[in-house]
Design a protein around this ligand. Structure first.
Ligand SMILES: Cc1ncc(COP(=O)(O)O)c(C=O)c1O
Length: 366
């Protein structure tokens, strides 16, 4: 039986990359040692870091005036690092909230500095459908160093594709959507992503920052979380997460070999369309995000009759479709389909959903 892993993160990795890593596990580049066992300052590892940065730039078409950094502490580390790096001298920031992760980013920043929050989501009291309402960002809202938002809310399955029209630099938490599709990097002052979804395994955060942002006055910040120090040392100020970076470097190569982000944008769109169609054409399931803002990476859905949920999840597990339980804070089901998930995985899920709906009919709501 083919198993498909719909985990939201740490998420499935491309099998081809796993196999290659397995072959090289004990002996990398004929060194008689694993990549985990050699110095991060050795020539082969420095070459790997350079190649990884080069491939990130190629995949995302990163402009020359941006630094690409491999930082410690995952995405939540960045929640703090952003405030600490940019909000010295009494600076304030605006945080747009659209779900749990953007709210947690604001809460962490509030520990260090003055933060103003604005809600971007309205929930219809009758249908419970979430609708994104983009606020007008104008200078009379305040004097902000940056505006922060989360273009893909992993828990709620809500995506904001719109470019923000902002008088301040835009910072985006792209943990669950970076590399999903081509991006116009120049609209951002900084973007970041924890690695454990489209990039590889947990252990670091990828940060892409426009160099002029580094002129903003910082608060006291730990050296390893300081963008200026990290940039000056090409992400090797201290020992980087060598194995995680090694795997990420392989995944960047794999993405390029598949055809780059245009290829993934197409497949990701098709996977999401298949699953949303299965939801929308059945009385058995429902999704509560406005169609304009549904995530392609994290498709959330509920069984219309919540009593059927455990039977549905058990049937999925039996069919080899793993990790479809929604996040503990929001409940329901969630199919995370990052780049490593093949189209066949989405098709298998749709087959299961249709079969379950046929064999467990839901009474129409009067
Ligand atoms: C959008 C988003 N932001 C932040 C995080 C937190 O990431 P980390 O565990 O790397 O701190 C996650 C984790 O799932 C996420 O999905």
């Amino acid at each position: 039986m083919t198993v498909y892993n719909f985990s939201a993160g740490p998420a499935m990795l491309p099998p081809a990359v796993m196999q290659e890593a397995q072959q090289e596990f004990l002996d990398w580049q004929q060194q008689g040692a694993s990549v985990m066992e050699i110095s991060h300052r050795s020539a082969p590892f420095l070459a790997l870091m350079q190649q990884a940065e080069h491939d990130v730039r190629a995949l995302l078409n990163v402009p020359h005036d941006y630094d690409v950094l491999f930082m410690h502490g995952g995405a939540r580390g960045q929640f703090a690092a952003i405030a600490q790096n940019f909000l010295g001298d009494g600076g304030q920031a605006l945080y747009l909230q659209s779900g749990l992760w953007s709210t947690m980013a604001a809460d962490e920043a509030k520990r260090f500095a003055e933060v103003v929050t604005m809600d971007m989501v309205q929930t219809c009291s009758k249908t419970h459908i979430k609708q994104v309402v983009l606020p007008a960002l104008t200078a009379d809202l305040g004097d902000f160093r940056y505006v922060h938002y989360c273009p893909n809310e992993t828990l709620e399955g809500l995506s904001i594709d719109d470019e923000l029209d902002s008088p301040w630099p835009v910072i985006a938490d792209m943990t669950s959507c970076l590399f999903e599709r081509p991006l116009n990097i120049s609209q951002f002052g900084l973007i970041y992503a924890g690695a454990q979804k489209n990039i590889g395994i947990a252990g670091f955060a990828l940060v892409i920052v426009r160099r002029d942002m580094l002129q903003l006055p910082p608060l006291p910040v730990a050296s390893i979380m300081d963008y200026r120090i990290t940039a000056a040392h090409h992400s090797i100020y201290n020992t980087p997460t060598t194995y995680a970076v090694y795997l990420a470097a392989k995944i960047f190569q794999w993405m390029l070999a598949q055809g780059g982000l245009a290829y993934f944008a197409d497949v990701n769109q098709r996977k999401a369309e298949l699953v949303y169609a299965a939801i929308d054409t059945s009385l058995c399931y429902r999704n509560q995000v406005a169609t304009t803002h549904r995530s392609r990476m994290n498709v959330t859905f509920q069984l219309t009759d919540p009593r059927q949920q455990s039977a549905f999840l058990a049937a999925a597990e039996k069919a080899g479709l793993k990790a479809l339980t929604g996040h503990r804070l929001v409940g329901g089901c969630r199919a995370s389909m990052y780049n490593a998930m093949p189209l066949e995985g989405a098709e298998a899920l749709v087959d299961l959903m249709r079969h379950f709906a046929q064999t467990n009919p839901t009474e129409p709501v009067a």
